[in-house]
Design a protein around this ligand. Sequence first.
Ligand code: PAF
Length: 451
Amino acid sequence: MPTNARADHDPPAPEPVEVLLGLGSNLGDRDAAIAAALDALGRVPGVEVVEVSPLLESEPVGGPPQSKYRNGAARLRTTLVPHALLAVLKATERAAGRVPGPRNGPRPLDLDILTFGGRTLDTRDLVVPHPRLHERSFVVEPLRALGVDVDAIPRIARPRVVDTPAAVQEASLAWRRGGCSIGFVPTMGALHEGHASLIRRARAECDRVVVSIFVNPLQFAAHEDLDKYPRPLSADLELCERNGVDLAFVPPVEAMYPAGFASRIAVGAEAEAMEGAARPGHFIGVATVVARLWSIVLPDRSYYGRKDAQQVAVLRRLQQDLCLSGELVECPIDREADGLARSSRNVYLSPEDRTAARAVPRALSAAVRAHRNGVHGRDELLGLARAELDAEASCTGVDYLEIRTDLELAPWPGDRPVDSSARILVAARFGDPATRLLDNASFRDEPPVVG
Ligand code: PAF
């Protein structure tokens, strides 16, 4: 065998890559900790410290009250792959005495990969270029001191706004490969604090958050408010940005329903009564769009508000029947200060009708309070709730007012005493033209507080 056979098959030595590193410390002897870290890094095989900026003094950003930081930046050259360098940096932080603590809390050493060659990476523990690099003067100034053209470093937009299923799927699959869990909040836009609370929950429980904004024509009947449904896209995207959404999917109708799209999903009993009876075809539209969105996003968890309790029941059935991925998370009803459940349609109400509409949570509250005081007859509880609605002149119709089992929402027999496993649900119309308001309450929970 020729002596150089092995050398012929060895992969070529990796080309060194330039890395920009953020340096920080606000505990102990800060300058000494940064100097020791750079010294240690310089001794790691495959890492060369090329240049270090002067250190500056900066105020802490976020986190608990804490003392000022020393910050700087360094230019390295490395043959390590990004996650190997990250592991070296974490070990160096630990050697300096860093222990797990609150987010943005005080630390003896902070080493952040700001850029890694020209690469973009979006994994669970490493995002480069660093997403907040451009906003932080204690990063920008030291980089400029190193002669870096900071404006030329690409910004990671949050949220990234995409309009094709393929772009969402590509991002979602890349995140999965990077070990990220994905939370999904489907919406029709006109986002309010109720949506924000779903997004914040997804943010707290998942590594990446996707929000879809799509006014789904399939779930509106011909005479309904499809055309006038509010579409304040830039305010919606601002709310997404404020609440840490990673990707906003804003498809045009043709992207969701391309030419030839012909499938419809009809969910069974869950979809028939109440909203299903008042809005024939509505849940076929909801189930069809959500199944399609779900298959595009491939979420680990998707988040829905309990205000639309029947929608949640329909989607839970859909998910089980079609083995759609992940967990469906049902979140509590978010109410305005006066008790009205938050809804994108509340903006349609005139100030007078808005005041009158408090009769909806008041009706639910009356039934739940009476139940707590020992009234267990279904019809009696419904009568008390109905009286609150009938007392409002601008309540122009009650589409349904029912007591049902929780979760499945099966009818509650009239001869069975109402117990805490029941839920009371209502859809009532207010004003002219009428705005339909939905609400519900469990007999297990505290009654809605009405201001
Ligand atoms: O609840 C909604 O906003 C919609 O019904 C949904 C789930 C986004 C489907 O269009």
